[in-house]
Design a protein around this ligand. Structure first.
Ligand SMILES: *Cc1c(COP(=O)(O)O)cnc(C)c1O
Length: 436
């Protein structure tokens, strides 16, 4: 009853994101009453395993007692104060702890509220670094084919996912997308690493010719998420770092989706043993609790803005930058990483899921079953043009929240998922596959 009432009101007044609203004439929304652990519960008491972490953000489950307590405690002290002219304990402590996680090589933190805004900051900061350094001609950006960096106009300009981008082309700044290192594009018989190095050569050729007008190369490290969880060899990033150094171009690592342990290390760049000039973080930063994002950068970049002249400063602002509640949620998240040894325990969980997922990997309609850290993905052979929507509803019937990207089904479960829940996830996925 509540379900139906809320559903009607939502369709009348809420314009849901990334949704053809008319489809909801036939396919109902799921009205969620509460969440606990990996589970979401609707008003009829049905439950759904949040297997994609509520759009890749949830790390430690819903209603996590420790994060809840930290936010409650902060609520009684300070909910928010503007970060221009003021500062507060949670934002200082968070910046210091993030800096330490990156060996203090990216010690300057600039905050905003969502991933796309973090990307905007990184792009503008990179451009202005060159501008302040006497090179205003370095004002172009290069990214990868199939990369995704968010959907505001600047972020969309460096994105290469047709579904989100094509219609807005007249509004965007033209940019270049060089060959993707995603191993699904390798030639027959070519190893993932060889292919990644071939892709790096394409970046090299581009930079050789265009470095004088290029501010930065922006990249999704190790996994191209929105394009369908394309995975690639870490040596690509190693080469990219060398090339950016050689050609004096910034490297922006967009770890909004993969940061905080998703690829098996705290940050994906660690696997290539490299440090970017800008690191963008969002999504899991607050374990999915509150909107918060950050761009971390080097002393070299910071110094180019540090001057008596106001105009040389980074005059960019987001009203809720460094929100105190969100920073406390982020601090509680970092506490859990440390105290529960999450990176190590995730390795055990990943190996359990890989073993348990045999019926998926060997399913006759499944191709390219792959895993990196706490992300799994596979393509499903189908002739259904609406596979994504139909699979979503088939999965709901199996108590699973799964939202394929085209015909790519993926898992990005909260790290607290246990073995029993993993078994339910695998069994439900196989049944959903067999029903559509
Ligand atoms: C989600 C995402 C973004 C955009 O983040 P929003 O918070 O949705 O604006 C940018 N880059 C990557 C790699 C992402 O996955």
């Amino acid at each position: 009853m509540v379900n139906k009432y809320l559903l009607e009101r939502s369709l009348r007044s809420v314009w849901h994101p990334c949704t053809q609203m008319k489809q909801h004439e036939l396919q109902p929304l799921v009205t969620i009453a509460r969440g606990e652990g990996v589970w979401l519960y609707d008003f009829d008491g049905r439950r759904y395993l949040d297997a994609i972490g509520s759009w890749w953000v949830n790390l430690f489950g819903h209603a996590n007692p420790q994060i809840n307590a930290a936010i409650r405690d902060q609520l009684d002290r300070l909910e928010h104060v503007m970060l221009a002219g003021f500062t507060h304990e949670p934002v200082v402590e968070l910046s210091e702890r993030l800096g330490k996680l990156l060996s203090n090589k990216l010690g300057h933190c600039s905050y905003s509220s969502d991933g796309a805004s973090a990307v905007e900051i990184a792009l503008k900061m990179s451009f202005q670094y060159w501008y302040n350094s006497g090179h205003p001609e370095k004002n172009r950006f290069v990214s990868l084919q199939n990369d995704y960096h968010g959907e505001t106009l600047g972020a969309l300009s460096v994105t290469d996912v047709a579904l989100f981008k094509d219609i807005y082309a007249p509004l965007l700044r033209p940019g270049t997308h060089v060959l993707t290192p995603d191993w699904r594009y390798a030639s027959e018989g070519e190893s993932g690493r060889d292919y990644a190095l071939r892709a790096a050569t394409a970046l090299e050729t581009y930079l050789q010719e265009n470095h004088a007008v290029t501010a930065a190369f922006i990249v999704e490290p190790l996994i191209q998420g929105a394009a369908g969880m394309g995975m690639y060899h870490a040596d690509y990033l190693k080469r990219a770092r060398e090339l950016c150094d050689r050609y004096q171009v910034h490297l922006i690592a967009d770890e909004i989706a993969v940061g905080f342990g998703r690829t098996g290390t705290m940050f994906a760049c660690e696997q290539a043993d490299m440090v970017p000039d800008f690191l963008c973080l969002g999504k899991g930063l607050t374990a999915g609790y509150l909107p918060l994002s950050v761009v971390m950068t080097t002393d070299a970049v910071f110094s180019a803005f540090y001057h008596a002249e106001t105009a040389r400063a980074f005059l960019h602002s987001h009203t809720h930058a460094g929100n105190a509640l969100a920073c406390r949620a982020a601090l509680a998240t970092l506490d859990i990483f440390e105290q529960d040894n999450i990176i190590d325990t995730n390795r055990i969980k990943a190996s359990y899921l890989n073993h348990a997922a045999h019926p998926i990997a060997s399913h006759p309609r499944v191709k390219n079953f792959r895993n990196c850290g706490m992300i799994w993905a596979f393509e499903v052979e189908t002739s259904d043009p609406d596979f994504s929507v139909n699979f979503f509803h088939a999965a709901l019937k199996q108590e699973l929240s799964l939202r394929p990207l085209g015909n790519t089904v993926y898992f990005m479960p909260p790290y607290i998922i246990d073995e029993h829940e993993t078994d339910l996830l695998v069994a439900g996925t196989v049944r959903a596959l067999d029903s559509c």
